[in-house]
Structure formats: structure tokens, C-alpha cells
Design a protein around this ligand. Structure first.
Ligand code: URA
Length: 436
């Protein structure tokens, strides 16, 4: 087979056969197909799409590109949780330890930041020494002894996704339903959990801008899960404004710790507690949502939830003292408070623009493999629906230098829309897609 033929075939709107998709993924994983040809192919998929059979073939080929862990053979039930990506989305960082503290094991392979959205691995790596790249033995060992493991893509596990993900990040090929579905579900199948909760984000800060697109992506992934024997539920949640208050890697770690202590912002905390409860019910570990909610509340109140985060950080070579004392996490040298420009109610905070502006401070990547600065980002002082008087604190900028902080002021202010009349706040949880 010739890669250029497969690029042309997809470019011209034809479907690729199962052997063609298998070959492409195998060759790309072995570095036999260069990045430039794979990006041309990804762009062709972006425009032409893939049918259900091709998407499922792509997912399976990527899942099999490395080792498969069969986590549910090690411990069962074992849950996995994944978000399609958003701004300020630290839900996984809180839900994973919360669920594990409630007695249900979590085996998760997670990603880096993609485009304007943050990634759980990048956030975890703001903790000194934390290792996300684990061998099969390490993954299974940590899961068996700690009942929680948070791994990134490695050479061993779904390596095709690791390579493709970094490539898509810098070639304008992220927002494609088949490519996102295959990227996420290949990681999930390679881990082999028994239950999976997906967060499909929709809105200005998400890759899916409409509810219709989000439902299509959720449906595609739930179907792939069902066919592969992975009990999958997808929650569709709003990403019209950043989730919680912190945007940026270490800043989001701090907020996740606050959520686990019961001290986080209300919107994101409620979502995390709900998702953790949903997972307890899904696995049969709680008989009802209210029983699950009580267990989640106990795990927060007793300190078990935050202790579980510290435990997994230590198990993966990270400095757990930074979880017990979040003030020890890396902090930017410059902090500048941006003031509210006019009195009124906040009617919108354009999440994608907030994410892109944080990238300019170093919190995200413009080039493949670029180093990020874990310390930078923003802490929002008010959310949609809040009233602010001119001059009130609006956003705290965490930057490497005064000039970088100054350079983002205008774009940050442009993310806000104001209203003189009170504004109602739409719900975060918009729909839940369950297997048919
Ligand atoms: N998250 C992933 O893991 N992959 C994508 O393509 C998008 C979000």
C-alpha cells in the first residue's frame, strides 16, 4: 500500500477498508509514515469524515498499536473517565481520586493539552517529580496496590494516539468527530476498564460548538464502547464559560485540591460530586444516586478524597507534600489583578478565547512537543451571572513577566460581555447518553 493513495482516496470522499486503516496506523506508529503525510490524511478525514465502520476500525487499530492492559482482569469493577476537552476542566483530577476514595478502582490513561484546552497530564506534571509515562508493569502494579492510576500515553500504551494527538494539536485537525472518538476510545480500550464515564463538552470553549455535534460525538463513543464490551455513559456538559475559576496547569491542580476538600467553586464542585456519584451507581457500588452522594460527601469531609490524590501522586513518583500543601506547587513570579471595566452583570465569558489567551502566557502549546509553563494562567474572580462594580477585581493574571501580563490584558477583557439586567446561568449538565 502507498500512503499517498490513502490520502487521495480519503481526500476524494471514499471510505477506507479495514486493512488500509490497520496498515496506516501500524506504519505511522513505526515511524514508516512521516508526520507531514499523516497530517495530510488527518486533514482529509477532517473534511470528509468517516463512517461508523471506519471510525470503529480506526479506534481498534489505534488501541492495538501498543500493549493492551485488560485492567478489568486485574481488578473489577474498574472505572475510567475522560473529557473531550475544555477550559478550566479539572473534573478528572477531582473525580478520579474521589471515586477511588469511595472504594471503586480507577485506571485512567489521560492526555496532554490540545489546542486551547488543557490536559490532565500537563496539570499533573505541575507536581514535582510526577511521572505519567508508565510501563505496563508499573500501570498494573500501581492499580493493584493503590486502586488508582493516572497514566499518560506512553510508547507502550496506545502509542498511535500519542503521536497522532500531538500532531493534530498543531495541524488544525482536532475538531473532527471520528478523530476525537478514535483518539479517546482507543486509549480507553487499551486500558480495558469495565466502566467508562465520558464528558462531552459543548459550547464556545469546546471542540463541539453545538448540542447536535456533541450528541453525535457522544453517540459515536457510546456505540464503540458497547461494541467493545465497555459499559460507557456520556454526560454532555456546557463549556460556554471556563469551568470553575482557575485556568492553567498548577492553578487547576490547586483548584482540584480545593474541590476534594469541599472548598472549590460551586459550579465545578457540584459537577464533580455528581459525576463521582454517577460512577458509583454505574458500577453497582451504590444502589441509588442519593446513597452515592452521601458516600461522596463523606469522602470529602473525612479527608479521604484528598488523601487519595496524594497517594496516587506519590505512587507515580510525585511530591505528595504539594497536595497536602498546595502553596508549594509552582507559582508564577508575576500576579496582576485585572479590574472590572464597567458595572454590570457578566453575561458571557468566551471560554475558547480565555484558553487561547492562557496559551500566550505559556500554559499551552503552539508547536508539537513544546515545553509549557505550568505556573501561568488566570484565576477568574467572577462568573457569568455575577454583578461587578467598575474597579472590582475581575481576573488575576499569573505570568512569567510584567510585560507578558500586560500583553494579554486587552484580549482577556474582550472575552467578557456585560449586561445591565440580571443574567440567568444555564445548567452545566445538558444531557446524558446511555447505551441503547
Ligand atoms: N481528548 C482526546 O483524548 N482526544 C481528542 O482528540 C480530543 C480530546
Amino acid at each position: 500500500m502507498e500512503i499517498v493513495e490513502l490520502i487521495r482516496k480519503k481526500r476524494d470522499g471514499y471510505t477506507l477498508s479495514t486493512p488500509e486503516i490497520d496498515w496506516l496506523i501500524q506504519q505511522y506508529t513505526r515511524d514508516e509514515i512521516p508526520d507531514y503525510q499523516t497530517s495530510a490524511w488527518a486533514m482529509a478525514v477532517f473534511w470528509r469524515g468517516m463512517d461508523a465502520r471506519e471510525t470503529s476500525d480506526l479506534t481498534l487499530a489505534m488501541a492495538r498499536s501498543g500493549e493492551e492492559l485488560h485492567a478489568r482482569d486485574i481488578i473489577s469493577p474498574v472505572v475510567d473517565k475522560h473529557s473531550t476537552g475544555g477550559v478550566g476542566d479539572k473534573v478528572t483530577l477531582a473525580v478520579a481520586p474521589l471515586v477511588a476514595a469511595c472504594g471503586v478502582a480507577v485506571g485512567k490513561m489521560t492526555g496532554r493539552g490540545l489546542g486551547h484546552t488543557g490536559g490532565t497530564v500537563d496539570k499533573l506534571e505541575s507536581v514535582r517529580g510526577f511521572r505519567s509515562s508508565l510501563t505496563r508493569e508499573e500501570f498494573t502494579g500501581i492499580l493493584s496496590s493503590h486502586h488508582i492510576v493516572l497514566a499518560g500515553q506512553s510508547h507502550d500504551l496506545a502509542p498511535a494516539d500519542g503521536k497522532m494527538y500531538a500532531l493534530r494539536d498543531v495541524t488544525g485537525t482536532i475538531e473532527s468527530i471520528p478523530l476525537i472518538a478514535a483518539s479517546i476510545m482507543s486509549k480507553k480500550l487499551a486500558v480495558g476498564a469495565s466502566h467508562l464515564l465520558l464528558h462531552v463538552k459543548v459550547g464556545s470553549g469546546a471542540f463541539m460548538k453545538t448540542l447536535e455535534q456533541a450528541r453525535a460525538l457522544a453517540g459515536t463513543m457510546v456505540t464503540i464502547g458497547r461494541l467493545a464490551g465497555l459499559h460507557t455513559v456520556a454526560a454532555i456538559t456546557s463549556m460556554e464559560q471556563p469551568l470553575g475559576c482557575a485556568v492553567g496547569n498548577a492553578l487547576e491542580m490547586v483548584e482540584a485540591i480545593a474541590i476534594l476538600r469541599g472548598e472549590g467553586p460551586q459550579d465545578v464542585s457540584e459537577l464533580c460530586y455528581h459525576e463521582a456519584s454517577e460512577l458509583l451507581v454505574m458500577t453497582g457500588s451504590a444502589r441509588s444516586l442519593s446513597e452515592a452522594e452521601t458516600r461522596v460527601e463523606q469522602a470529602i469531609r473525612s479527608g479521604a478524597a484528598v488523601a487519595k490524590l496524594a497517594e496516587v501522586i506519590a505512587a507515580q513518583s510525585g511530591d505528595a507534600r504539594q497536595i497536602e500543601h498546595p502553596e508549594l506547587l509552582p507559582a508564577a513570579p508575576v500576579r496582576v489583578m485585572l479590574s472590572t471595566p464597567r458595572s454590570g452583570y457578566i453575561s458571557a465569558i468566551e471560554a475558547e478565547q480565555v484558553g487561547r489567551t492562557s496559551m500566550r502566557l505559556g500554559a499551552g502549546r503552539f508547536k508539537k512537543g513544546e515545553q509549557i509553563d505550568h505556573r501561568t494562567g488566570f484565576v477568574l474572580q467572577a462568573k457569568v451571572g455575577d454583578y461587578r462594580t467598575a474597579g472590582d477585581p475581575l481576573v488575576e493574571i499569573h505570568a512569567r513577566s510584567q510585560s507578558e501580563a500586560d500583553s494579554v490584558r486587552e484580549s482577556l477583557l474582550a472575552c467578557y460581555t456585560w449586561s445591565d439586567a440580571p443574567v440567568s446561568v444555564p445548567p452545566l449538565l445538558l444531557d446524558t447518553i446511555r447505551p441503547a
